[in-house]
Write a protein that binds this ligand. Structure first.
Ligand code: MG
Length: 420
């Protein structure tokens, strides 16, 4: 027991020296029992993903707010089976790394090491740090794979028994060609070929020893293990577990989310005989009571405009076109709708559905419903099948029931990228 306490103290001191920017760990791994650690490789420069900061410090392409490394850390930090986490970073990235930790829970599990000149050297540096605490098993993971699931981790852990390591992989489904000078020379049989992913799980001692004798520039730890003749079991990988590599990966995988906005509007009717027709949803409808309003008072288009603004979280129609501004007097409501549509376009948001309800005793909406749908379809570019116009009375109750005014409510559904 004294020996264990001495090791604990030594480990704690070591961690403090190694991680001057981190709070001292409040809890140490139960080193008297076998435990699983993880190494996350975050030392790459990531040039292929475009200019600027290394890709592992870029925002997640799904727009969730955290960065790629923070998401990869979370996969392991939140897993109860993982007691210690070593992040291997580039020596130039200490401030980026410290900022990343502000996104992370369970940072008491996390230490870091500096990377080497190659991926293989970086893994070895991480293993050397962890060796002080002698884990039973270790996951090796590339920070640039932030979509690995807990199910994948569990699959690796469940299959380690009886093997030296477990590697997730997917069978190759594309036809493989060999080519020279732009000409195909051979079709390579793909039977038995797999694409290896990370996280890769190994018995710690076996991998550590294998690294000590491996030739340099092997591209993953399964290759290191293979060189040492270790028994590495293959389990099914995940299609979602992609490695963010190119600029395209950061844009193509942007998560598109549906957003629904709602709008509501009311206008007062003028006295009987004040007009012969009114405009609803851009359609002229015979009616003897003018709709009173600062603009052309198209209550349907106003509700719809507000619904679109709502989905974009861009305030309301009054904020964009203040009634106090004389410039908007008698303005066509189609312009308000066009403005909301242009805001959506600027955010690369796409309107996909409208449901609009007009609430009045008169005029009767039914005879004009299809014309209104066609009008809204033309104004928004939506197919008719995605444009719904409904009508209701209020059974003689309230201001609409007394014929004093007309109300409209609308919902608009937009597909919007997660970070817009
Ligand atoms: Mg209005």
């Amino acid at each position: 027991m004294p020996k264990m306490l001495a090791e604990l103290a030594k480990g704690k001191q070591y961690l403090r020296i190694l991680s001057p920017y981190l709070p001292a760990r409040s809890r140490l791994a139960p080193m008297s029992e076998p435990f699983t650690a993880a190494i996350i490789l975050a030392g790459g420069r990531g040039h292929r993903a475009g200019e600027g900061i290394p890709k592992q410090y870029r925002p997640m392409p799904d727009g969730s707010g955290d960065n790629v490394l923070a998401r990869s850390i979370a996969i392991f930090a939140e897993n109860q089976a993982i007691t210690q986490l070593c992040i291997v970073i580039h020596k130039d990235d200490v401030s980026l790394y410290n900022k990343t930790l502000t996104y992370c829970n369970n940072s008491d599990k996390i230490i870091y090491a500096f990377g080497g000149d190659s991926r293989q050297q970086s893994v070895f540096n991480g293993l050397e740090v962890l060796a002080k605490d002698n884990p039973h098993a270790v996951f090796i993971h590339d920070a640039a794979r932030p979509f690995a699931s807990q199910a994948l981790m569990a699959r690796c852990l469940d299959n380690l028994s009886g093997h030296d390591g477990v590697v997730p992989a997917l069978p190759v489904t594309d036809t493989l060609k060999k080519a020279e000078n732009g000409l195909i020379s051979e079709t390579v049989p793909r039977a038995g070929l797999f694409r290896a992913q990370t996280p890769q799980l190994f018995l710690f001692d076996r991998l550590y020893e294998a690294h000590k004798t491996a030739p340099q520039n092997l591209t993953d730890d399964a290759a290191v293990a293979e060189h040492a003749g270790l028994r590495v079991h293959i389990v099914e990988g995940e299609a979602q577990n992609i490695k963010l590599t190119t600029e395209e990966d950061f844009t193509m995988n942007t998560q598109i989310l549906p957003r629904t906005g709602s709008g509501f509007d009311v206008h007062r009717f003028d006295k009987a005989g004040s007009t012969e027709e009114i405009t609803l949803c851009g359609v002229s409808v015979p009616h003897d009571r003018k709709i009173i309003g600062h603009s052309d008072a198209d209550v349907g288009l106003h509700a719809l405009t507000d619904a679109i603004l709502g989905a974009l979280a861009e305030a309301d129609i009054g904020a964009h076109f203040p009634p106090s501004d004389a410039a908007h007097k008698d303005r066509a409501s189609t312009e308000f709708l066009a403005h909301a549509m242009s805001l959506a376009a600027a955010k690369q948001a796409r309107l996909t559905h409208i449901d609009l309800t007009l609430i009045c005793e008169a005029p009767k909406i039914g005879p004009h419903r299809d014309a209104m749908r066609a009008s809204l379809s033309a104004l928004t570019g939506l197919p008719l099948t995605a444009v719904s116009v409904k009508a209701t009375t209020t059974e003689g109750l309230g201001f609409t029931g007394r014929g004093e005014g007309i109300a409209a409510q609308a919902t608009a559904t937009l597909l919007i990228s997660g970070d817009a």
